[in-house]
Design a protein around this ligand. Structure first.
Ligand SMILES: Nc1ncnc2c1ncn2[C@@H]1O[C@H](COP(=O)(O)OP(=O)(O)OP(=O)(O)O)[C@@H](O)[C@H]1O
Length: 518
């Protein structure tokens, strides 16, 4: 049953909000209302306008038209500080923490209005919050040493700890990098907070979670509201269809690959100390990537995945014979030399290492492709432009022009562009972390399809993901990383979710990986 149009007496009512960017109407007369104590989902495919809408609510963007009613009163939200003073908190898709500061210092920056830093007091509040909300973070750790999942926890805590009583919490893909257990814990916290009257605006591409958590849903498509529903009246499949306007495509069938089996990339007994005090040491890490197969590496974010990827792709030099490409020791070689040997990769961190936000899509395409776009020492901008355009068409990256900066793309569209850029070169060996993070259902299928297609063409793939369903759908074999140790890889057909979950929690790994000190 459709839900009636927004009520003016809601805690938050958006009336006819419109926002235009050059070449695109990101929000087109959007009406949404959120009641006190309600958990309200905002859904839409990549680029539908969800982040833009949330930014207007939080005062980060000014609407071109329309009005915002806060607790029944028409309110011009002047900026995030004003929004926080009104009782709003927001966790964005891309983190806004200062890398060189500790967790407590970061929290102090937002919490202490008089500008006096008292990280010790903040640390005490963090400890107290851990008991209350079950969100564990270590206050004295510098943010640069935290995994993406841990950073997200700090962002959530920052809202929960703010001094003004929180009335509306805006969460933009808060569970994208949390483990299933952490998600369950977070949902418990959110339900408890909602029962106490907190309104929550929840944006996610994980439709099962949205269905489980939220009471009502508003669906955006192309910047417009296309549906409003009570969650009880709609199935997960219907949600997917409402978002994309059609049934999402099924994943392509897995085919047997001729000639699979030859080892292309190997990691052999690597012990690697972390490069910062709170990193994860790798301990006798070994794995083999074969031609024409997908090896899945499951694990809770922050268990050595970053270190393993850095060692495999050449961001961190290691003893030469710890990494082999086609049997050749390459451990001492840098990224460019390994690239020449056919290795491509997509890191977990899109905004820093994956793309340069201030550069155009053309320049971002060139970042990893400049040798091919260079003739007699000159870079052909026309070739680069064509290529950037081709990537956008093939992977349906919505953008207002390839000359626009990467930062103008929606999160999911940037992800599609970065993954597409590497996939498009038909790499022989491909290492990808979290390939469908923040990507909508239809686009996730397209990326997963492209990975399966590469496998059929003989590429050796390593997919590092904390999404077990994704790994079970894609991988031929799956290994688990926990506490810097890597389990042996087993055929997917022989392992179940429960067993993988246990290994992810570190249980049972001791028996498989001998202690480095032993
Ligand atoms: N600063 C900007 N400059 C130009 N265009 C922008 C800017 N911010 C957003 N857009 C455009 O507005 C549209 C809506 O983007 P928005 O980020 O709101 O989408 P979204 O629904 O949050 O997507 P995702 O699920 O990928 O995060 C997109 O076409 C995007 O490219």
């Amino acid at each position: 049953m459709a839900v009636p149009a927004p009520r003016r007496d809601a805690r938050l009512a958006l009336l006819g909000l419109t926002k235009r960017f050059p070449g695109v109407v990101a929000n087109d007369r959007v009406d949404v209302s959120v009641r006190a104590g309600e958990i309200h989902a905002l859904l839409g495919e990549n680029g539908a306008g969800k982040s833009t809408l949330m930014k207007m609510i939080y005062g980060l963007l000014a609407p071109d038209e329309g009005s915002i009613l806060w607790e029944g009163r028409e309110t011009v939200i002047e900026g995030p500080l004003h929004a926080r003073r009104l009782g709003m908190g927001m966790v964005q898709q891309h983190f806004s923490l200062l890398e060189s500061l500790t967790v407590a210092e970061n929290l102090a920056l937002t919490l202490n209005r008089r500008g006096r830093w008292e990280p010790e007091r903040v640390a005490a509040r963090v400890a107290e919050a851990e008991g209350r909300y079950g969100l564990a973070v270590e206050p004295h750790r510098p943010v640069h040493s935290l995994s993406v999942g841990q950073r997200q926890r700090v962002e959530i805590l920052r809202c929960l700890l703010q001094e003004e009583p929180l009335k509306l919490l805006i969460l933009d893909e808060p569970t994208a990098v949390l483990t299933p257990q952490e998600v369950a814990g977070l949902f418990e916290v959110l339900r408890r907070l909602a029962a106490q009257g907190l309104s929550i605006l929840f944006v996610s591409h994980k439709l099962d979670e949205v269905k489980a958590l939220c009471e009502r849903v508003t669906v955006l498509r192309g910047g417009r509201v296309v549906a409003r529903r009570d969650m009880a009246d709609v199935t997960v499949d219907e949600l997917a269809t409402l978002m994309v306007g059609d049934r999402p495509p099924a994943l392509r069938e897995r085919r047997a690959v001729a000639g699979a089996g030859e080892v292309r990339l190997a990691l052999q007994g690597l012990d690697l100390a972390p490069d910062h005090p709170h990193g994860t040491a790798l301990s006798r890490a070994s794995l083999e990537l074969r031609r024409g197969e997908i090896l899945g590496l499951a694990g809770v974010s922050g268990n050595g995945q970053q270190e393993l990827l850095a060692a495999l792709v050449g961001e961190r030099p290691v003893p030469a014979d710890c990494v082999l490409i086609d049997g050749e020791p390459v451990g001492r070689m840098g990224v460019a030399e390994r690239r020449r040997r056919g290795l491509r990769y997509v890191p977990e961190d899109r905004q820093g290492t994956g793309a340069v936000p201030s550069l155009s899509l053309i320049d971002n395409a060139l970042l990893t492709r400049w040798p091919k776009a260079t003739r007699f020492g000159w870079v052909s901008l026309a070739a680069a432009r064509n290529w950037a355009q081709a990537i956008c068409e093939r992977y349906q990256v919505r953008q207002a022009g390839v000359g626009m900066p990467a930062s103008s793309l929606s999160g999911g569209n940037l992800q599609k562009f970065i993954v597409g850029r590497e996939l498009d070169e038909t790499p022989e060996i491909f290492v990808v972390a979290q390939p469908t993070w923040g990507v909508d259902v239809a686009a996730a299928r397209r990326i997963q399809d492209a990975l399966l297609a590469l496998r059929e063409q003989g590429t050796a793939l390593l997919v590092i993901s904390d999404d077990l369903d994704e790994l079970l759908a894609l991988a031929d074999r799956v290994a688990v990383i926990s506490g810097g140790r890597v389990s042996s890889a087993r055929p997917v057909a022989e392992v179940g979710r429960a067993q993988l979950g246990q290994l992810m929690g570190g249980r049972g790994l001791e028996a498989e990986v001998p202690d480095a000190a032993a």
